[in-house]
Design a protein around this ligand. Structure first.
Ligand SMILES: [Zn+2]
Length: 234
């Protein structure tokens, strides 16, 4: 695990994500096999032993990288946070969050919760309620698209995710914060996510107010990329 994280750090990755459990995550279920068109060989996922999880997190931190952990269950989420993770990818999706001390732990350790509702919403009915619960408690939420995961569309999933966050009970402003400064913080990109002098000018200009209706994110007027206008619908 340490060698792998060093290998990735040497290749200048932005962050480390560890999978602590297979995405099916059901006790006694057959091994979870992950298939993705981008990878020629199917990958069997098993629960990562705790010492591996700790080693991966520690090594990432030694190399100055944030380390997040893919989880779907409360027990795995707790284990990841206790092992030192900076964030939970997906969070708790396959069961309702019934353990309030887990939410307290998220707040205490200042972890970021990245829901990826567009993937889990249809198959896991508890996902939305869990997002609302942690958002209401004040846990930091980041909008992450997980678009690479097979059936995604870059850009489109981000808009869908922002809308689903609001459908889950977050306010439009909470959703916008998750998509901008929340995500920038999670990725350790202080140059992104806020509009201020000295920041990178990556902006979209909308023709309607997204704080009133999050779907107004689709009312694109202009896209400015690193200070250059690249789309202009005026
Ligand atoms: Zn994941």
């Amino acid at each position: 695990m340490r060698d792998l994280v060093h290998h990735l750090a040497d290749r200048k990755v932005d962050a480390i994500k560890l999978l602590s459990e297979g995405a099916c995550a059901c006790a006694g279920s057959p091994p979870y096999v992950w298939r993705n068109a981008a990878f020629p060989v199917a990958v069997e996922l098993v629960r990562l032993p705790l010492d591996f999880l700790r080693s991966g997190i520690e090594t990432g931190h030694e190399r100055g990288l944030r380390v997040t952990v893919h989880t779907t269950q409360q027990a795995a989420a707790r284990e990841a946070i206790e092992a030192g993770a900076d964030g939970l990818e997906h969070g708790v999706t396959v069961e309702p969050i019934t353990d309030h001390s887990l939410v307290e732990l998220m707040l205490e350790r200042d972890i970021t919760y990245t829901p990826t509702l567009w993937i889990h919403d249809a198959t896991h009915p508890d996902t939305r309620g869990n997002v609302k619960k942690v958002a209401d408690a004040g846990v930091r939420i980041a909008l992450g698209s997980d678009t690479f995961s097979g059936r995604g569309l870059f850009g489109a999933n981000t808009l869908e995710e922002a809308e689903l966050m609001v459908a889950a009970g977050m306010t439009p402003v909470q959703s916008l914060v998750a998509a901008t400064s929340g995500a920038a913080r999670q990725c350790v990109r202080p140059d992104l996510g806020t509009v201020a002098p000295g920041k990178r000018a990556d902006l979209i200009v909308l023709t309607a107010d997204p704080t009133q209706d999050i779907s107004n994110l689709r009312a694109l007027g202009m896209t400015i990329l690193n200070g250059e206008i690249v789309v202009d619908k005026r």
